[in-house]
Design a protein around this ligand. Structure first.
Ligand SMILES: [Ca+2]
Length: 404
């Protein structure tokens, strides 16, 4: 069955929604539908075609508070649900089965089960990495990273075996925000992990903490050899770059450069090119300001801190980042796509060397929690559940059908 709906990729409408409160629940969210339905998201026919390129959206499955996804080499998809479930999806049928053995997570606020990624040699070692919020003593929490072997079962699900926690945020603190624990692997098999500042500000500049940093690790969680602060020892040896706030997307481009997106405070969402030993300035500088109205000096006042390649005010609330190199949308090869939460959008970014600009913004009508490139070379999205128990759909973007 095909369900057709039209949404206008109107920059004006988006400018209005992008100012809205950020982590809010959407009371007007429509009930998700699944089961092979198709929703067309097309540019406003009255506007210039430069406004948006039409594509269709296949609805593959529905999850409870999905947070992240990653494809396995066999084409199946792992999806995390924030309350602590790991799901294995046959994307052809939409059939979804649970994977048992996930570690206990500290669910609440922005915390719970987070990112998921298979090892680059998953076909040989079966290893899967999970980031999550872990409870500590005295009402504290911290991001943690575990890996385990995924053992499939005949029902299409499986279990995790030999789980080991290979990294933890230092120190654990109170509160339930800004875990920002995104995982990526580079071409050398090194493990990159963002470790956000838990809404504690100063740790982003404190080298006795690994919060507010981007980390470069060996695949077993040890600090990678050759890191810029290796000689300092302790958690500083993990650090590649610092002065980050809430990093929710990381992706490598075709030249092997690492890019990240992070949420600014009131204003000042960022796309950054991640440089070895670079300090991105938070909380000393930001293109945004504090929520309580206190201003934060902009990057231009302190040239020793690296300014963002793009900053967004009003914010888009970036949740995720992919740099596209597929064949399904050949004109987008080399472009970046950012999932937007408060902006309910998919943002396309064009590069010119290491310069970048927002080229296009698609109104998706829902908070977009995750974006990935599929093994078939297309783009896949996860909607955000929007709040406790909320549902989010797994969407596959496909070129528009030839039929009218
Ligand atoms: Ca500012």
């Amino acid at each position: 069955m095909k369900l057709h709906a039209l949404a206008a990729a109107s920059a004006l409408a988006l400018a209005a929604t992008a100012c809205g409160a950020r982590p809010g629940v959407d009371p007007a969210a429509e009930a998700p539908a699944a089961g092979g339905s198709t929703v067309s998201i097309a540019a406003n026919g009255d506007a210039s075609t430069a406004d948006g390129r039409p594509f269709e959206v296949d609805v593959i499955a529905v999850f409870e508070e999905p947070w992240a996804m990653a494809f396995l080499p066999d084409g199946r998809l792992l999806v995390t649900e924030k309350k602590g479930r790991l799901q294995l999806v046959d994307v052809e049928s939409g059939a979804t089965r649970e994977v048992s053995g996930v570690p206990a997570v500290a669910y609440g606020g922005q915390g719970g089960l987070g990112d998921v990624l298979p090892h680059p040699r998953f076909a040989e070692n079966g290893l899967v990495y999970l980031s999550y919020a872990e409870a500590g003593e005295n009402d504290t929490r911290g991001a943690a990273l575990a890996r385990a072997r995924l053992v499939p079962d005949e029902a299409g699900g499986g279990r995790l075996e030999g789980l080991e926690v290979i990294w933890r945020q230092v120190p654990k603190v109170n509160g339930r925000g800004h875990y920002g624990h995104r995982i990526a692997f580079d071409d050398e098999g090194r493990l990159w992990l963002s470790s956000s500042e838990r809404q504690k500000f100063d740790p982003a500049q404190d080298m006795t903490s690994n919060m507010g940093k981007i980390l470069r690790l060996e695949d077993d969680g040890r600090p990678a050899a050759g890191n810029p602060f290796e000689a300092d020892g302790g958690v500083a040896a993990e650090v590649w770059s610092l002065g980050h706030r809430n990093v929710l997307g990381m992706a490598f481009d075709a030249e092997g450069r690492l890019w990240e997106v992070e949420m600014g405070p009131a204003g000042g969402d960022e796309l950054n090119l991640v440089e070895r030993g670079g300090n991105y300035g938070y909380p000393i500088v930001s293109e945004g300001d504090h929520y309580d109205g206190r201003s934060i000096p902009d990057h231009a006042t302190r040239p020793e801190f690296i300014a963002p390649t793009i900053s967004w005010t009003p914010v888009i609330s970036p949740s995720s980042l992919v740099i596209y190199d597929g064949e399904v949308f050949p004109e987008w090869k080399g472009d970046a796509f950012v999932g937007g939460l408060s902006s309910r959008s998919l943002v396309r970014i064009e590069f010119d060397g290491t310069a970048a600009r927002e080229a296009e913004r698609f109104d998706m009508g829902h908070r977009i929690r995750a974006v990935r490139q599929g093994p078939e070379g297309g783009l896949w999205l996860l909607e955000d559940g929007g709040g406790e128990g909320g549902q989010g759909r797994l969407l596959k973007l496909v070129p528009p059908a030839a039929e009218g």
